[in-house]
Design a protein around this ligand. Sequence first.
Ligand code: HEC
Ligand SMILES: [Cu+2]
Length: 345
Amino acid sequence: MLARSLVLVGLGLFTLAFAEGRVINILDPGTAYNREVSRLLVWVMWFAAFVSIVVIGALIYTVVKFRKRPGQEGEPPQIHGNDRLEVWWTAIPLVIVLVIFGLTAQSLVRLSKPPLDAMKIEVTGHQFWWDFNYPELGIRNSNELIVPVGKPVHLVVTSVDVIHSFWAASLVGKQDAIPGVKINLSFTPEKEGNYYGQCAELCGASHSNMRFRVLVVSQEQFDRFVAGAKNFQPPALADANTQKGETLFQQNCASCHTVKGTASQGKIGPDLSFYGNRTTLGSGIWEGKDKDALLEAWIRNSPGVKPGSKMPPFPGLKDEDVKAIASYLNGLKIEGLDFSKLPKF
Ligand code: HEC
Ligand SMILES: [Cu+2]
């Protein structure tokens, strides 16, 4: 039983560590924010090691020294209280807690002030996806936060339903996203890349599938994104099939989804304006080939492929309807952007 549990736990950790070929390593911080968090972690770890050694050492010493020896009868002498010892074991933990408090307060002060020139982005958690709004730029995107390398970012984190937590392990977080509360979080990405993100607060049936990406791109790609996204006009519809896709989208999907520059202006689900530029589908669950392979299944029956998804299934859509909608979505693109080759973290 024990052996089997250990094997299971081991396998679980192994899969977690190598999921999607990404290694989430909180001890290899990629931003000043995470270096601050790691600094605290190391202090706490040393104190914890010290406390463990003292406590376990004292326990082993006591058990060995006062063990029952042959020929001993009845209760050994009982000792009640030891003032000197009790003062020590109160004073030492007090000092440890004060030191950790001081260091934490120092980190909080350092991290709480977003630089004045930071770009503001409103991050809103929904069951089970993320909305990213750039109020100063007039841009909105979902599930993929696109930022330029080397520039400070000021996130304002909140939620519309339950408590979520914004966590891009190699960059920033975890930060709770709480309904009705706006919390500042700022960081400066240092390396271009496609960074893995995950909601880190149990928030319902599809919590584990509430993921996202932070795409840290060159200034040139970012400027291109902003220029294309600001006054986005969907590219001309390629053929009759795509045209049919647009019509079907407006009939079935526009009540929940926005596509900038069209009649679709729904606000319940993710903004799909630049779906063609996405690297993922299903709030960061599928990427690469899987993303394209699963789009039709998603449109037909989203909760069937992502249990708990709040997007309804569309049993009434015929196969060719679904294909037409998929082709319409894949065509919604800002030209000249390529996020597929970013290194993965
Ligand atoms: C009742 C509202 C609603 C309707 C109608 C709706 N959706 Fe959705 N859609 C959602 C929600 C909510 C999500 C987020 C689900 C999740 O990831 O948990 C979503 C997610 C998506 C996504 C994935 C976005 C991403 O970044 O992962 C696509 C693509 C999509 N919808 C397409 C469609 C299409 C096509 C239709 C019409 C056939 C449609 N939706 C109709 C609510 C809706
Ligand atoms: Cu969540």
